[in-house]
Design a protein around this ligand. Structure first.
Ligand code: SF4
Ligand code: SF4
Length: 164
């Protein structure tokens, strides 16, 4: 059953527009390739959107009692935040992906402050652009203790998919 929420997605379509890679029915959605149902201001089939991934998508802003302030709505903050995306030695790691090429400084500073204040770990990504096109892969950057940063760097160099 599709959940009712206090916050509303629309007019945000950040996850629908490919900033998070996913599959909607037969359609592959990734940076540069939006869901065919995205109008850029909403979903043209919102009432019938799939529960998985659309309604179950782990967007921290839309969750009930979200820790993210209103201004961190992804279409405004230009980042999609997913809390507890993975674990590192038993510690929760949050993930932020840009809506656009990079996460803007105001948003990134907020995320880093939040991680420090709550003793959490953060990884965030930057888009890779080749010949004017966004690539499916992204550069992953770790924010936290040096050992955490080294582990994430090594995993990335080894081609390990960190959160699928
Ligand atoms: S990124 Fe979050 S707020 Fe924006 S459309 Fe997706 S779930 Fe809704
Ligand atoms: S079906 Fe609708 S809610 Fe789901 S990704 Fe596509 S545009 Fe977004």
């Amino acid at each position: 059953m599709i959940k009712k929420r206090t916050r509303e997605c629309q007019p945000c379509t950040a996850c629908c527009d490919g900033w998070v890679s996913m599959t909607i029915g037969e359609a592959e959605v990734f940076p540069g390739q939006a869901c065919p149902h995205s109008t850029g201001k909403g979903c043209n089939d919102y009432a019938n959107r799939p529960i998985d991934p659309c309604d179950q998508f782990n967007c921290a802003w839309i969750q009930e009692n979200s820790v993210l302030p209103d201004w961190m709505k992804p279409n405004n903050a230009k980042a999609i935040v997913m809390l507890n995306k993975l674990q590192w030695h038993g510690h929760p790691v949050d993930l932020a992906v840009p809506v656009g090429k990079r996460i803007p400084p105001r948003t990134l500073n907020w995320l880093k402050d939040f991680a420090q204040q709550h003793a959490r770990l953060l990884i965030y990504t930057e888009q890779i652009i080749k010949q004017g096109k966004f690539q499916k892969d992204q550069t992953v950057i770790a924010f936290g203790p040096p050992e955490f940063q080294q582990d994430i760097d090594q995993s990335q160099r080894a081609g390990i998919d960190l959160w699928q």
